[in-house]
Design a binder for this molecule. Structure first.
Ligand code: GLY
Length: 577
């Protein structure tokens, strides 16, 4: 593929003031390059399209759009909207997310930042009492916990600027699902049980998601007529249907009546941002990661830079896990220390992503002893839900999207008459330096609350590309998202099939709490003993975590694979269209 830098040399002034011309041979090459560019980008199209998402109905909604002439971006709109209906505990119109796109016609790579923003009336200490202590639940339950949603603006933007079909068509499957309903499964019941009090506290949420104020039985059909109407208004009017007019007024009124601080101008002012993804390299693979305000790309690349310094494949198992954990610990320390919304804070990103810094950090790793996290602190401070889908279309367009309303069922609050369940993403801010959020993450000044600021995220939609193939992956899972993507990505680099990336046993270290979190059965007794001997504290969790959705286009064998995490109930399919 020709380099994107293969542009003609800019005319240069020589010392005598004359302008040097580009040589004729150069222009010959330049014209040739312009001619081959679209062909080169389109070259080697995948033999099939593929979609992997966390819910079969959402995967089918995307497939329907591909089969009626839509591209991967139209399908992404359809899948996002369908997930908003059938996975209300994970994402929704009242939430936000990051959509990482690769457009094959011109090679454009962009992250659509539809992350929620703090309302303009938000204040730094809004979740603290008069003594400066966090008020229990204030950043998690009810509309005070809700940031200004970005999902609708992002879907309208993607449809308008990248899609082929009208928004109306891409939203049609979700509208149908909201009207016809979906059957409650065990996962839904578990999530509803966890958030029962918050859902009961909102009359509209209880009506929409519970049955007689209780967790609905398996098979109970959840129909959402208000949400269907809201989706229809968006289909007819675009983003204005949500951020202005009757719907906006209704949401603001309900939020304010229940202790929230939204104003109509918050909704009117909401804009998505097109951000340049974070790019790095690992063992011949080009890694395209999420940009800030997701910490995903920076933390992932910091970890990969440290891993690239050692041959981890040649290490004994205990050495490899120990080294990976120490790498995770250091990168998550930097997350807590430095990262926040790039529109508000200056961060030393160039240094954090430099090979010199990786060498410096890695040189502090002892292979025989765990480094206590407190030793790394040089500052005074301090998913369960969310969803991910991956899409490849037959032209080679790609989407990796991770969407959220934060905690299961978000804030638990539905604005009366809208069907829109609001997020509790404000909890992803550092509500006080050193105070852990619902995922146990601590933060510092960079992630303090400010009006209009986006809260730091861990959502990590990721592409990986080399001559061997193209990988599209991501997962929900709160603070553990980035280490899950790392573990999946290492599987891809080792040449294993997508099925393995999503299945791989998981472990996680996030600097604080200073422990290795381990999925049940992931570490043998022997490995646990060896790690304990080096000073690690292990926290073996009762339940596995994550719900990775992955697509792989194996360029060598010209095959497409799609895989959905066996821990969840998703569906991965391939299609000849
Ligand atoms: N709400 C989870 C995240 O954005 O990381």
């Amino acid at each position: 593929m020709p380099s994107m830098n293969a542009l003609p040399p800019t005319s240069k002034s020589s010392p005598d003031g004359s302008v040097a011309k580009a040589p004729v041979w150069y222009w010959g090459f330049f014209v040739l390059w312009l001619l081959v560019l679209p062909v080169a980008h389109a070259a080697g199209q995948p033999p099939a399209a593929a979609i992997a998402s966390a819910h079969p109905a959402a995967t089918r909604a995307g497939l329907e759009i591909l089969q009626t002439g839509g591209n991967a971006f139209d399908a992404a709109v359809a899948v996002s909207a369908a997930l908003a209906v059938v996975e209300p505990y994970s994402s929704g119109l009242g939430g936000g997310g990051f959509w990482l796109l690769h457009r094959v016609s011109d090679g454009k790579e962009v992250m659509i930042d539809g992350r929620e923003k703090a309302p303009l009336a938000a204040t730094r200490d809004m979740y603290l009492d008069s003594q400066g202590r966090p008020v229990a639940g204030a950043s998690i339950d009810g509309p005070l916990a809700a940031g200004i949603p970005g999902t609708v603006a992002a879907l309208a933007h993607i449809s308008k600027h990248y899609g082929r079909l009208p928004l109306k068509q891409s939203l049609a499957p979700a509208i149908r699902l909201a009207k016809e309903g979906f059957a409650v499964n065990e996962h839904y019941r578990r999530m509803a049980r966890l958030r029962l009090d918050a859902l009961r506290a909102s009359k509209a949420a209880a009506r929409q998601f519970l049955k007689g104020g209780e967790v609905p039985p398996p098979g109970h059909v959840i129909r959402q007529p208000d949400l269907a109407t809201t989706l229809q208004v968006i289909a007819d009017k675009g983003r204005e249907g949500f951020y202005a007019g009757v719907l906006a007024r209704r949401m603001v009124k309900a939020v304010r009546a229940h202790g929230g601080v939204w104003r109509e101008k918050d909704l009117l002012a909401y804009q998505v941002v097109e951000r340049k993804p974070v790019i790095g390299h690992y063992h011949g693979w080009r890694v395209v990661g999420a940009a800030l305000p997701s910490s995903g790309g920076v933390v992932l690349l910091e970890m990969l830079n440290m891993l690239a310094l050692r041959d981890i494949r040649a290490m004994a198992e205990a050495d490899r896990i120990h080294y990976l954990v120490e790498v995770m610990r250091r990168a998550y320390r930097d997350r807590a220390r430095w990262l926040g919304d790039a529109d508000f804070v200056d961060m030393p990103l160039q240094r954090l992503l430099s090979p010199e810094y990786a060498r410096e950090l890695a040189s502090t790793i002892s292979m025989t002893r765990a480094t206590p996290s407190e030793k790394l602190a040089d500052f005074k401070a301090e998913g369960r839900d969310t969803t991910h889908f991956s899409i490849l279309d037959k032209q080679g367009n790609r989407v990796a999207a991770t969407l959220s309303i934060n905690y299961p069922f978000g804030s638990g609050f539905v604005a009366e008459g809208t069907g829109v369940l609001l997020n509790d993403e404000m909890d992803d801010f550092s509500i006080k330096p050193g105070v852990a959020n619902v995922y146990g993450l601590v933060g510092a000044e960079a992630n303090a609350i400010a009006p209009g600021k986006r809260m730091l995220s861990s959502m990590s939609p990721t592409f990986l590309e080399s001559e061997s193939g193209v990988a599209i992956l991501g997962t929900p899972g709160g603070s553990r998202i980035i280490t899950m993507v790392l573990i999946g990505l290492l599987q891809a680099v080792e040449g294993n099939a997508a099925e393995h990336w999503v299945r791989q046993p998981r472990f996680h270290h996030q600097y604080l709490p200073d422990e290795i979190q381990v999925e049940p059965g992931a570490f043998s007794e022997k490995l646990q003993q060896e790690l304990k001997k080096r000073g690690h504290r292990l926290s073996i969790k009762e339940r596995p975590w994550g719900n990775m959705q992955a697509v792989y286009w194996n360029r060598k064998d010209n095959e497409v694979e799609a895989a959905s995490d066996p821990r969840g109930g998703g569906l991965a399919i391939k299609s000849s269209k």
